[in-house]
Design a protein around this ligand. Structure first.
Ligand code: GLC
Length: 410
């Protein structure tokens, strides 16, 4: 992390200054629009902040893989069309309503509302966006597709930053924003003195939220001693080869695939499914992370049996079911322990191990029944006696962008 904050040392952690310098006071108020892109859905929200209360209207627009992997022009046209239909549905007229844009990819931030995409992650590859100024692309698409609506993009933020900000609105003890979803990443408030590469002013408040982009930890070989053949295979078949090593061991886009590849090795050895997994189980990414969540929870064995039968046409024996449950648990424990190790490293760096909050959002954290416990147990092993609480910032990645817009206004 220290290398990433320096001017010229190399680091696999990008440590990106977010330009967000203060957390909310809880007194912010007003109406804001928020956009949230970064997983499998695009969302538009209207957030009303009123003295510590947040009210939201939100619409979810599923994104096809064609949109994610086509041209940037089509991607931003899709976004603009969704915004248009949202504005119509909620009868929001072309006003100057401030908009916060959660764009959950690594970006070099030039100011609070200007950011350049460094590289796509998580299965996005839309052409002509890397190296470009994202707010400009949004504004161009809006000008073309809903010209009546005058946007005022007040802020573009990473989902981790949004999560920390949304949580801080309700609880000032929040110090870290964490996402365990399609991808994984964390951010934290850093003292400007520690950010050698910071080029902005050094006035008060002498702090800035840093988007770590921890997903790419390991890209320089630091995780090689614990990577498995399954991890290497996932990487080889991914759209961002050689990148986001840590993320590929933890997040929802990959967790089910880790289990599937481990299971296939046992099948090959004749130790699972009588040595024959059938066609469906052999399809890449067919074992989705949501199945892992169903299998590690209550009634896990029964769920495993049902999923194997219904989704894969496999009549599993007792011992097959037992093995699948064990594999799902093992992959989950590994993921949770790795994420918690990252959190421990941040807490030790900022010297905050007592009475602080880690704000968490993301589909895996919300749906996986044991992930939260695995992380907190691991943190207790790594930092005995810590009194850190893990708090779900539900919808933090959406509401947070509105919060940043609000804090800027105040
Ligand atoms: C990926 C993105 C990162 C984001 C994370 C969680 O790692 O690069 O910006 O925060 O996913 O969505």
């Amino acid at each position: 992390m220290a290398d990433g904050l320096s001017k010229d040392k190399k680091s696999s952690l990008k440590m990106l200054p977010s330009f967000v310098r203060s957390t909310p006071t809880g007194k912010e108020s007003g109406d804001y629009l928020a956009l949230d892109i970064g997983g499998t859905n695009f969302r538009v929200l209207r957030c009303s902040l009123n003295d510590g209360q947040i009210q939201t209207n939100a619409e979810v627009y599923p994104m096809s893989s064609e949109v994610m992997t086509g041209t940037g022009r089509d991607l931003f046209a899709f976004i603009a069309d969704c915004i248009k239909s949202f504005l119509q549905k909620y009868d929001i007229k072309g006003s100057n309503i401030p908009l916060g844009f959660t764009f959950s990819f690594p970006c070099t931030q030039h100011s609070l509302n200007r950011a350049t995409l460094i590289t796509w992650t998580k299965g996005f590859t839309a052409s002509g966006v890397e190296g470009e100024e994202v707010v400009q692309l949004l504004q161009n698409a809006l000008a073309e597709r809903c010209p009546d609506f005058k946007v005022n993009v007040a802020a573009i933020v990473n989902d981790t930053v949004g999560t920390l900000m949304a949580s801080a609105y309700e609880n000032p003890k929040s110090v870290i924003g964490l996402i365990i979803g399609t991808g994984t990443n964390a951010c934290y408030m850093e003292q400007l003195d520690a950010v050698e590469k910071w080029t902005g002013d050094r006035d008060d408040p002498k702090q800035v939220i840093i988007n770590i982009e921890w997903g790419s930890f390991g890209d320089h070989g630091h995780l090689d001693n614990i990577r498995t053949g399954f991890d290497r295979e996932i990487d080889e078949h991914s759209l961002n080869r050689g990148k986001n090593t840590f993320e590929k061991m933890i997040s929802g886009m990959y967790l089910g695939e880790v289990v599937r590849l481990a299971a296939l090795l046992l099948v090959k050895d004749g130790a699972l499914f009588n040595g024959n997994a059938g066609d469906k189980f052999n399809i890449r990414e067919s074992f989705e992370t949501r199945y892992v969540s169903e299998i590690v929870g209550e009634n896990g064995a029964a769920n495993a049996r049902e999923i194997l039968k219904d989704k894969f046409g496999i009549d599993a024996s007792e011992s097959d079911v037992d093995t699948i449950v064990k594999l799902c648990n093992a992959a989950s424990v590994r993921a949770g322990r790795l994420a918690a190790t990252g959190i421990a490293a941040i807490l030790l760096k900022i010297n905050e191990t007592k009475d602080r909050i880690v704000a968490v959002d993301g589909s895996v954290y919300k749906k996986h029944p044991t992930f939260a416990k695995i992380m907190s147990d691991t943190l207790s092993e790594l930092i005995p006696g810590n009194t850190i609480s893990w708090v779900l910032a539900d919808d933090g990645s959406g509401v947070g962008a509105a919060m940043v817009a609000a804090v800027t206004k105040v």
